[in-house]
Design a protein around this ligand. Sequence first.
Ligand code: NDP
Ligand code: MG
Length: 380
Amino acid sequence: MSKTISILGSTGSIGRQTLDVAEQMDLRVAAMTAHSSVERMEEQVRKFHPALAVLTDEAAAKDLAVRLADTTTKVLGGFDALEEAATAPEADTVVTAVVGMVGLKPTLAAIKEKKRIALANKETLVCAGQLVMDAADRFGAEIVPVDSEHSAIFQCVQGCADRREIKRLILTCSGGPFYGMTYDEVGRMTKADALKHPNWKMGPKITVDCATLMNKGLEVIEAMRLYRLPLEQVSVVIHRQSIVHSLVEYRDGAVLAQLGTPDMRLPIRYAMTYPERGVNPAEPLDLLSCPPLTFAAPDREAFPCLRLAEEAATEGGTACAILNGANEEAVGLFLADQIGFHDIPRLVEKARREVPVVREPDLEEILAADREARCAVLGK
Ligand code: NDP
Ligand code: MG
């Protein structure tokens, strides 16, 4: 059970919902970080009184320090300061809610300090899953997933002592805003269309990933790393209503699922209370007013990103870091109106073709693969 937390990415969608949960559960906040959101960070610091506030943008950090001169909160700037926030001595739990590969080093630093990792930042596991999971085992740090599908699976495997009993993990996928369209129809969709997710309100990067289905591809890799399972044991099913958050099929044929309203505060809360369950003030799921629950196969022709992620997962080594780095860069270009929707898979595929895969990579090789993939995309 967490008592004091640090939040990497406190100003984002997951970060803000984590602060809601912290307030409801009366948790202390030791440190929080963001990139450049000065005003929101000032507000959060005045409300939660952390010992440390970090903005990775140096100019924004200077501004924040001036604004917070009347408080006892220490303000730091720059990327290295993320590690200081991740290892704040008072915190027993670190919520990794930054977006992107930038979460990797601070997550490793927190693991070395045996913090519980409430892991939202999926890009970290996608790029360096083996390294992160091995480090967690070595240092005895718990990793509790916050991503709703992985939290569902985590909840469904409680009490399963022998992982060989698991036959298959089934990740549910809303299908995103372009579900049911053909490849050509999807190609005509704009940024505004892509940013309209049917069920969840999230940051812009993951919302675009949901529209391309890359998010589900990244989640397949995340699940493989968390549960050390091959691709053949992780499948994806479209479930438009986002009520069944994921399922585990056991070898005796039993299928366990976790259901709930689409509200990230439930998995965030569970990552804090695990192995116990706390009282949640939110409205409970009312099965009688739920829409009918439907399930369908994903369309890998119309949404090639899912296939690209599965191919990288099969190849292993730095293939997933290349996939992820290229995707982060391509989504950035799409959000800056510089490329079209189908250019995202095209540029990811280009980076995968051009950047050689390193087997059993160390941290430096993973970071290098990420950099090379981004360069391949920026060369367009
Ligand atoms: P947001 O974009 O809403 O928030 C991102 C946070 O990270 C902000 O605090 C932002 O600060 C900070 N940040 C952004 N870029 C950098 C950077 N380069 N260096 C340091 N900090 C940075 O993202 P979400 O909350 O939606 O997602 C966070 C993570 O959680 C992602 O990995 C996502 O895949 C995962 N996730 C999110 C879900 C959701 O419902 N939102 C569901 C499941 C997983 P600033 O405000 O200053 O830009
Ligand atoms: Mg998810």
